[in-house]
Design a protein around this ligand. Structure first.
Ligand SMILES: [Mn+2]
Length: 252
């Protein structure tokens, strides 16, 4: 039976939980295990800890991962890549090189007869001033232009990596534990979304770095995917059931 897989928050390149290459290898091993029965793969954001595409230059590294993406794509697996808050600046390279379909906005789509709502999840349900300012700066075309064209590449990448490192310290090392139904932005947001789109069956998000499978009666569910820093978690949908799972590193 063909399956659809969902994963997020791999933060490739981050050394917060040991050598980055070890986690990259582990994620690639998982991609290797799913390629036998995957029809589609949804990467729901923050796959890279920091990523930026200049006109002629991309950050170095990640070759195993990029190669594996190409392999899966060439084999006919549809790969969807959602930008997160750590890898929002894409300008064609990743899509052209690996064949992934880039999404910069949430996506409502039908898979196996079920209605899915997919997003990285940053900012959804969060109306704080801090978020709005950050978001304006990072999505500002002029700022992106300055960054791409005026800053020397190594300084831009160095600055970006340093930013990712500083912003991840509190978020990634010790993610805020589950806050409860009434405080989790993504649950609040999902309830609102469900009111407006009652046909939705499954809402899947990344971003929070917690694993959560939350029912929204009568029929909907919210999944928060966890991450590949502490949980090595993903969701699997086989057209009958949707499950949140953890990759148990197999002997190689
Ligand atoms: Mn993240």
């Amino acid at each position: 039976m063909k399956k659809t897989y969902f994963a997020s928050d791999v933060h490739l390149g981050s050394d917060l939980f040991g050598p980055p290459v070890e986690r990259e290898k582990q994620f690639v091993r998982w991609l290797d295990t799913i390629k036998a029965d995957a029809e589609a793969l949804y990467l729901l954001g923050d796959i890279f800890d920091f990523w930026f595409e200049y006109k002629k230059v991309v950050p170095r590294g990640f070759t195993r991962f990029l190669g594996k993406l190409c392999e899966l794509h060439d084999q006919g697996i549809e790969i969807h890549y959602f930008t997160g808050n750590h890898d929002m600046w894409l300008s064609g390279y990743l899509a052209n090189e690996t064949g992934v379909i880039i999404h910069t906005q949430p996506l409502a789509t039908t898979i196996g007869g079920k209605q899915f709502y997919l997003a990285h999840g940053d900012g959804l349900g969060d109306n704080s001033l801090a978020f709005r300012i950050m978001s304006k700066v990072f999505h500002n075309k002029f700022f992106k232009f300055l960054y791409s064209n005026l800053l020397p590449t190594h300084i831009g990448i160095g600055f970006g990596s340093a930013w990712a490192r500083s912003s991840r310290q509190k978020d990634l090392k010790n993610p805020t534990p589950y806050l409860g139904e009434n405080k989790e932005h993504l649950i609040i947001y999902s309830k609102k979304h469900l009111n407006e789109h009652p046909e939705t069956d499954y809402l899947i998000f990344g971003h929070r770095h917690i694993m959560l499978d939350f029912p929204l009666p009568p029929h909907a569910r919210i999944l928060i995917l966890g991450d590949w820093m502490r949980y090595f978690s993903y969701a699997e949908f086989n057209e009958e059931k949707l499950e949140l799972k953890q990759f148990k590193n197999p002997p190689f």
